[in-house]
Design a protein around this ligand. Structure first.
Ligand SMILES: O=C(O)CCC(=O)C(=O)O
Length: 191
């Protein structure tokens, strides 16, 4: 798979933030079916944030970020089911697969959103793979007058990369989804 720097000329629409790459059809329908069958067996837990319980459910591998204590915990090893996807994600980000040491899987049942945030500074780039329902991916950054905003649809089986300004200057969020969506997100650590 092409490195991010090579792919950006082709994949970055001019009106999206620098460092945001989008790849439709990143996984095949067969791969999606296999992944979803496996995801449906995972013991997801409601997302916890400083005593607040989100509607989104999560499962982590490799490392888990504990938001109540603001630190990283070791999690179960990244399972074999995710290794081919991690290889593709690494190609999109221009990293070696083993550099993507953290996996966070988000399960959004109908009505579940993710609020405005930037990922924790301990992480560098983020690659997200979308399965099942499409969603609107919103981006915003502060300007002297308020916020500059962008949004796009993440199609099922697509992938995105957050790097550069898209990762460090822009926040992102997803409004409530209409039906079940999974995202499998891979992160490397800031060096
Ligand atoms: O579901 C997504 O694609 C977004 C995930 C996300 O923003 C996160 O895990 O921090």
């Amino acid at each position: 798979m092409a490195k991010a720097t090579q792919a950006s000329l082709f994949d970055l629409p001019p009106d999206l933030p620098e460092g945001f790459l989008y790849r439709p059809e990143f996984v095949s329908p067969t791969q999606e079916r296999g992944l979803v069958a496996w995801l449906d067996t995972l013991p997801f837990k409601a997302f916890q944030f400083h005593g607040f319980e989100g509607r989104r459910q999560v499962a982590s591998f490799g490392w888990q970020y504990d938001f109540s204590r603001s630190h990283l915990l070791k999690a179960d090893d990244i399972p074999p089911e995710l290794l081919p996807l991690r290889e593709g994600a690494a190609g999109l980000a221009g990293h070696k697969p083993e550099d993507l040491q953290q996996v966070l899987i988000n399960k959004y049942e109908a009505g579940a959103p993710i609020g405005w945030h930037r990922d924790r500074p301990v992480f560098a780039e983020v690659v997200g793979v979308s399965l099942l329902a499409p969603c609107t991916f919103r981006l915003r950054r502060r300007t002297p007058d308020g916020f500059e905003r962008k949004s796009m649809i993440l199609e099922p089986r697509s992938a995105y990369l957050l790097s550069g300004a898209a990762r460090t200057e822009w926040e992102h969020s997803i409004p409530p989804v209409d039906r079940l969506r999974y995202s499998i997100t891979f992160r490397n650590f800031r060096g």
